[in-house]
Design a protein. Structure first.
Ligand SMILES: [Zn+2]
Length: 422
């Protein structure tokens, strides 16, 4: 399965990614020396920037009335829409008399096929974005493609990835630009290399580098747009190989939270801590961040005060986090995958729902190893692997699932429901 393959890539951080061939691009317009950047006010986002989604995979995108995603329909991949009122999904196709079964359908986005060990889709099934009434997908040639909301028109915007295979290419939309970076970067690389955030104009398709960082085994990750800035993390990973045992140990570090100011073009470090993920309440100026092997903190940009909200334990050394306007969601799946591969340690996978004052509201069983998709104030989504190596699972299906956020607030046990689209 494609998405599964991608997970293995990120967790193992194969050394072969150290030569990702980005040399054809010109030097950055900003010399980013990563000085501390003072943030006193977050500013207010355009609603469409959707920073609440997880950043490893962007499987869902919010639009008016529901959510877009790619799913299997009649044994091929189709662009589907989950209706937030009815909880039903249907192909994004307005053609009269179309039975949504072949490439004549407006919602058709490609068949997944297997040739030897090579899997490919015409569009990458882990990336759907919605911005200013258009959809954006990445095709398997590395192009960013703009779709009209009914699927009837498709336009290539720019070549944003140089790899034919899934490359960890991630997108953030703001103003009239799409910001693009690779979350695999040069993780595991043994030589100094340059990581970049590039932006492409959605109007004239022009391209420029806005952030550049040079280091060994590094990658830019978890870029999210809040208010007046694009925030991101810098991770590094060095690889130790034991040729005899054929094992690979990955030493990871998290270098801090950084930001790029849209208005001034300045970039710098905002928080100096081993941050595995973060999310922001724009209204209050609270930056929630998860410190490696330590826990969840709240730093307020106005008062400059830091408070601890939650302690980490062995099962939650690393967390992905998200803020939906009311609660903070703390998900340990990425850490569980890493611990299992590196140390054969097994932990339960779950998502803690925490109020901004640190009160635990609920704990959601997140069976199976994947990445957190999270969600907005109405729904959260996940991918479930029910047959997960004999683990006792309460959930009887594999595929994509959802939970209505109002079910979480009562504190009662939450059960994922399957997205019905077949
Ligand atoms: Zn159709």
């Amino acid at each position: 399965m494609k998405r599964w393959f991608f997970i293995v890539l990120i967790v193992c951080m194969a050394v072969s990614f150290s030569g990702c061939g980005k040399k054809e691009f010109q030097k950055s317009v900003i010399q980013n020396d990563m000085d501390m950047l003072e943030v006193n006010d977050i500013g207010v986002s355009d609603e469409d920037t959707q920073p609440y989604w997880g950043t490893y995979v962007h499987t869902f995108a919010k639009a008016e009335g529901g959510y877009y995603y790619i799913g299997d329909w009649n044994t091929a991949s189709f662009l589907l829409f989950f209706d937030e009122e009815t909880q039903e999904s249907y192909p994004v196709c307005g053609k009269a008399d179309c039975n949504h079964a072949d490439d004549g359908c407006n919602a058709y986005v490609g068949m997944e096929y297997s040739k030897g060990n090579n899997m490919a889709t015409f569009y990458l099934n882990s990336a759907v974005y919605y911005y200013k009434e258009n959809l954006y997908l990445l095709d398997s040639m590395g192009y960013l493609v703009r779709f009209s909301p009914d699927g009837s028109q498709r336009e290539r915007i720019a070549l944003v990835s140089s790899l034919l295979e899934e490359s960890g290419t991630n997108l953030v939309f703001h103003d009239d630009y799409v910001y693009v970076y690779s979350l695999l970067g040069h993780l595991g690389g043994e030589e100094e290399a340059t990581e970049t955030i590039k932006r492409y104009s959605l109007k004239d398709k022009s391209e420029e580098v806005v952030v550049e960082y040079t280091g060994k085994g590094a990658a830019i990750s978890a870029a999210k747009s809040y208010g007046d800035r694009l925030y991101f993390l810098i991770r590094t990973a060095t690889v130790e190989r034991d040729e005899e045992k054929e094992t690979v140990i990955v030493n990871e570090s998290y270098n801090g939270l950084y930001a790029y100011e849209y208005q001034t073009g300045k970039a710098g470090k905002v928080l100096d801590a081993n941050i595995t993920d973060y999310c922001i309440n724009e209204e209050t100026g609270d930056i929630y961040y998860y410190q490696y092997n330590d826990g969840l903190y709240n730093y307020n940009v106005k008062t400059k005060e830091t408070k601890k909200l939650l302690d980490a334990d062995e099962s939650t050394r690393v967390a992905e986090i998200s803020f939906d306007g009311e609660y903070i969601y703390v998900d340990n799946r990425f850490w569980v995958s890493t611990a299992k591969r590196n140390s054969q340690l097994y932990y339960d996978t779950f998502c803690s729902v925490v109020s901004p004052d640190g009160t635990l509201i609920n704990t959601i069983d997140c069976t199976g190893e994947s990445f957190a998709f999270f969600g907005d104030e109405q729904y959260m989504f996940t991918e479930i692997f029910a047959q997960n190596e004999g683990r006792d699972t309460k959930i009887g299906f594999s595929g994509l699932g959802y939970i209505k956020k109002e079910d979480i607030k009562s504190g009662a046990e939450c059960v994922w429901k399957k997205l019905e689209h077949e």
